[in-house]
Design a protein around this ligand. Structure first.
Ligand code: NAD
Length: 236
């Protein structure tokens, strides 16, 4: 089952849960982890708009797991301490829409073209790798919980006034021509305090091409979510 197959099951669940959030805690940070995140976040946005409480600074698609995987695979490949490694991952949260910016890895690391290709594909397909390794016993669970806990903790630190909290997340965005896009954002007390446009500047040729290649799929997933929500108006 791909993340997109989950659309039919999860679209309605997300719609119902976000309606309840809109009615009961409209000021909350909302972290959408249910897949396909590329569609469920636009669904959540539409529901919140219909309820008149949409704050784009407080709606997040949880893509932290892609960063966790990218950091892990790069640390393994380059014999680095995991805690020191930070790879921004942009785009979306499915297949080729997941784009690790290996050229922007911290600390600065050199990769051969083959390494970039192998690592990018492994990060994009890491969910499938887990499903295959578990051989019928399910999909990623512990790593998903770890990623969710990391994102929640970052949000709590930001709410508590920490002025140095950055995470990648799939959010409403004007960094590209797509209405939603995952990128590094600065979190603050009121949600997204700043986007980081410089992350998208100075990309490698490989990353530039991959960014253009992911846009049609990501656009279609976003539009699918919006169309679903617009066809099924919220309950009053
Ligand atoms: N964003 C990510 O990085 C990431 C990673 C892994 C999995 N996921 C997604 O997380 C979701 C959960 O995955 P899982 O492996 O824990 O699935 P799961 O099937 O093990 O658990 C889903 C849980 O949701 C509950 N549930 C179903 N309908 C509900 C409703 N209407 N209201 C409240 N709860 C409801 C079920 O009872 C079940 O306990 C899936 O959508 C999966 O694709 C996201």
């Amino acid at each position: 089952m791909t993340r997109d197959d989950l659309f039919n099951i999860n679209a309605n669940i997300v719609k119902t849960l976000v309606e309840a959030v809109a009615d009961n805690c409209p000021d909350a940070f909302i972290h959408v982890i249910s897949n396909p995140v590329n569609s469920t976040v636009p669904i959540a946005a539409e529901v919140l708009k219909q309820k008149g409480v949409y704050d784009p600074k407080k709606l997040f698609g949880v893509t932290t797991l892609d960063v966790v995987r990218a950091n892990t695979f790069v640390a393994e490949k380059k014999n680095l301490k995991l805690i020191d490694v930070d790879v921004p991952v942009i785009g979306g949260h499915a297949g080729i829409t997941i784009l690790p910016l290996l050229s922007k890895t911290k600390p600065s690391v050199r990769f051969s073209d083959e390494e970039v290709e192998q690592l990018t594909i492994r990060i994009q397909n890491a969910g499938t790798e887990v499903v295959e390794a578990k051989a019928g016993a399910g999909s990623a669970t512990l790593s998903m919980a770890y990623a969710a806990a990391r994102f929640v903790e970052s949000s709590l630190r930001a709410l508590d006034g920490d002025g140095d909290v950055y995470e990648c997340s799939f959010v409403q965005s004007d960094l590209t021509d797509l209405p939603f896009f995952a990128s590094r954002v600065k979190l603050g007390r009121k949600g997204i305090e700043a986007m980081i446009p410089s992350d998208l500047q100075g990309l490698s040729e490989y990353e530039e091409k991959a960014l253009e290649a992911l846009k049609p799929e990501l656009k279609a997933s976003i539009e699918k979510g919006i169309a679903f929500a617009q066809k099924q108006p919220v309950t009053a």
